[in-house]
Design a protein around this ligand. Structure first.
Ligand code: ADP
Ligand code: ZN
Length: 437
């Protein structure tokens, strides 16, 4: 069977002019629809604006920002723009730090979400003949049901394995002939490790071909390592529950930036301090406005995720803007001795060393000499326990890290299995125990 390269050719290959026209029409509609919520009515009143003030796409900058705190303060249903009887599902975040955030969906919202995910899965080569296995948690975590409905829309046979139980996960991959797998990056590495422990060679003994990895920051080096280990092409998937979940932005076969679906969102990159727009190519905070959502549209939602728009057109034929690999959230940034460091910069260096595994942990402490960073990293199975070789390796890692992050961390190579390996949960990589003064 010969398929089109696109799941929805019209929407995916629309020209930039057509996209802008559609965006303005949808933005104006969304803004009027937002007046059904007291939250946005109040915000508009404070700013002295009305929906009629939105005449061009640049007018998006007149709109108020929406933050995670807004969602928390108006928990649970304060930002709904339809009555609850018209909603069919809600998702909520974990809420470890206070009230969780809640997002409400109508049936149309869920259909659009499934279409977005299907578009992404098709883009990376999934077809109805494929077997799709999802290792994300089902339930409130959006990557479970989000990928499920998208994969069904593509027409694949789906295996809703859900999170955890790695041995069972591997059994399913082998018994059902899974070709497309969704896993968070740390878990993909875990699956590889357990397969090796079981004497299974993922490249020889499975049919895995495509891996969708996302939900947590990971470096290009980590992607390449996972691709090589599992014998797959791995594509970066960006999702955020406030925008729906997976399906927001995804890499195309070029593996060079993540197309963000501009018929769903208006994309801005801002300076997180001055809130001024950043030009394409510059790093800043991603701000998104939903333009085809009914249940709970969000205007200028501050994701806290740092990225940049990659300038230029993509050879794949999609004109939707591309986001650079996500650097992490602004809250993940480590400020040490006045230097700004992202954990992903450290990962990038560590993974250059074949002798190291993908598990590492960063601790920040206040000592007599001042604040210090210790990086523990696990050795890979095959490497030596020769002490002098380990020391030489630690020195070389330290040198390369200093070149990248400009400060000298203390590097400790630890035996395999020392650092908690991640299961279904997003990996926690940093512990900050510094005294504030
Ligand atoms: P939670 O806030 O509980 O983690 P979400 O599932 O909504 O809930 O997580 C969304 C966040 O996960 C994003 O804001 C981003 O920080 C991170 N994230 C998602 N996808 C990626 C990705 N591909 N690369 C880096 N970070 C990602
Ligand atoms: Zn592309």
């Amino acid at each position: 069977m010969v398929y089109s390269d696109y799941f929805n050719p019209e929407a995916e290959t629309m020209s930039v002019e057509q996209l802008r026209e559609l965006q303005l029409e949808r933005l104006q509609h969304t803004v009027r629809h937002c007046m059904n919520s007291a939250f946005y009515r109040d915000k508009f009143q404070e700013l002295g604006i009305t929906p009629d003030d939105i005449r061009t796409l640049d007018d998006v900058r007149k709109l108020p920002f929406t933050s995670k705190d807004d969602l928390r303060e108006h928990y649970p249903f304060g930002l709904a723009c339809v009555s609850l009887k018209d909603c069919v599902r809600l998702h909520s975040s974990s809420g470890t730090t206070g009230n969780p955030t809640v997002v409400l969906h109508t049936q149309k919202d869920l259909d659009e979400w499934a279409n977005a995910v299907a578009r992404c899965l098709w883009m990376v080569g999934s077809r109805p003949e494929d077997v799709f296995q999802n290792s994300a948690g089902y339930g409130m975590f959006t990557a479970g049901l989000g990928f499920q409905y998208g994969a069904e829309k593509v027409g694949m046979l789906t295996v809703p394995a859900a999170a955890g139980n790695t041995l069972r996960q591997i059994k399913f991959i082998r018994d059902f002939g899974t070709t497309v797998l969704h896993a968070i990056p740390s878990y993909a590495s875990r699956i590889n490790e357990v397969m090796l422990e079981q004497g299974i060679d993922p490249r020889r003994d499975t049919k895995l071909r495509v891996l969708c990895i996302g939900a947590e920051p990971h470096s290009e080096e980590q992607r390449q390592r996972i691709e090589q280990q599992l014998g797959v092409k791995a594509y970066n998937s960006y999702g955020i529950s406030e925008m729906m979940g997976p399906g927001v932005a995804f890499e195309c076969p070029e593996q060079n930036g993540l197309h963000i679906w501009e018929d769903y969102f208006i994309v801005e990159i801002i300076d997180p301090v001055t809130l001024e727009p950043k030009p394409d190519g510059e790093l800043g905070e991603l701000v998104l406005t939903t333009i085809n959502r009914e249940g709970m549209p969000l205007l200028r939602y501050r994701t806290r995720d740092l990225t940049r728009i990659l300038p230029g057109d993509c050879p794949c034929g999609r004109h939707h803007k591309r986001l650079d690999r996500l650097q992490g959230r602004s809250d993940d940034m480590i400020i040490l001795k006045g230097v700004n460091i992202f954990p992903i910069q450290i990962e990038k260096i560590l993974l250059k060393f074949k002798e190291l595994s993908t598990d590492y942990f960063i601790t920040l402490e206040t000592k007599e000499v001042g604040d210090v960073m210790t990086i523990e990293v696990e050795i890979s199975q095959m490497f030596t326990d020769d002490y002098s070789r380990l020391q030489a390796l630690e020195r070389e890692i330290t040198r390369q890290l200093k070149d990248e992050i400009l400060i000298t961390p203390k590097v400790r190579i630890v035996p395999k299995g020392t650092l908690a390996t991640s299961d279904e949960k997003k990996a926690v990589r940093v512990k900050d125990m510094r005294k504030l003064f």
